[in-house]
Ligand binder design. Structure first.
Ligand SMILES: C[S@@+](CC[C@H](N)C(=O)[O-])C[C@H]1O[C@@H](n2cnc3c(N)ncnc32)[C@H](O)[C@@H]1O
Length: 271
């Protein structure tokens, strides 16, 4: 377990993931009934960008710093939460906790002992938020289906292990099988096209349907040695996904992409 998200906090990948996550949470909250937010790879919850690991790489200067400076209207909802969290940068658990209503519940899984302990400290005393130091893949079986009968799952692995794309396909399939009504979102690195094509092939083999891919390419994904962008893959997206997500992607691309980059929102498996 070498991966430390602090080195990458607030980079372009986080911008896509977190802007899309806020949109997903809002879309889930259009219905009054409460839901479970399950974060399988939760990290430490929030990040100090001005010192330590994040300051050393400075990836956030090409990410959230630029987005905050441009302040595009379609990103206002997420950016308000980012500003409210200052001086820290809010990760996925912090965003979900800020938006949670009394009827919603959070289950946050993090395997790294120090990170899990930090998360626990952050949410101590909040009985709607459970922090689990456990394997996020295994949690999909253990924590689904949710008694609430509604769930949003975020799968955001570090992609350190070579087989993590295969684990992702299996994980999405397990979540969909355990709880067919759940919306399942996963963040994917975009280096070149082959891993994504392999993932979609694996998902088809698992029989997973109803998939939408939201992609932010900083530049054409041709160099497998570079992180050329990233994507969010969403299974069973909430109603109105396209109208809501397209302006968010367009705004991110306008600020973050190079002239030959761009964004795309497309259905990759039918309902
Ligand atoms: C990309 S980071 C998560 C960032 C977080 N979702 C956010 O947006 O703020 C991935 C995290 O997964 C953790 N991790 C790695 N393998 C895991 C596993 N099998 N189960 C749960 N957590 C794991 C790492 O320690 C790391 O903190």
């Amino acid at each position: 377990m070498n991966y430390r998200h602090a080195f990458h906090a607030g980079n372009h990948g986080d911008c896509l993931k977190h802007a899309a996550l806020v949109w997903l949470l809002r879309a889930m909250q259009r219905k009054e009934a409460g839901f479970l937010y399950l974060d399988t790879h939760a990290g430490v919850g929030r990040y100090d960008l001005e010192s330590g690991s994040a300051a050393r790489t400075g990836e956030w200067r090409e990410g959230i710093a630029r987005v905050l400076a441009a302040d595009p209207a379609p990103l206002a909802d997420w950016l308000a939460l980012v500003r409210a969290s200052r001086p820290a940068y809010p990760g996925s658990p912090a965003l979900a906790a800020m938006l949670a209503r009394p009827q919603d519940r959070l289950a946050l899984c993090e395997l790294h002992p120090e990170d899990a302990a930090a998360l626990r400290r952050m949410f101590r005393g909040n009985n709607k938020i459970g922090v689990h130091q456990r394997d996020g893949w295994e949690a999909l079986r253990a924590l689904l289906p949710a008694p609430e009968r509604r769930a949003l799952v975020l799968i955001d692995p570090p992609y350190e292990a070579e087989d993590e794309m295969a684990s992702l396909a299996a994980g999405i399939a397990i979540a969909r099988a355990r709880m067919p009504g759940a919306a399942v979102a996963a963040w994917l690195p975009l280096k070149h096209r082959a891993p994504q094509a392999g993932l979609l092939g694996d998902l088809a083999q698992h029989g997973v349907r109803d998939l939408v891919l939201a992609e932010l390419a900083l530049r054409p994904p041709l160099d497998p040695a570079r992180l050329n962008g990233s994507a969010m893959l969403i299974a069973n997206p909430p109603f109105g996904w396209e109208e809501g997500l397209a302006p968010i992607l367009a705004a991110l691309a306008a600020v973050l992409a190079e002239p030959d980059g761009g964004w795309e929102l497309r259905r990759v498996a039918d309902e």
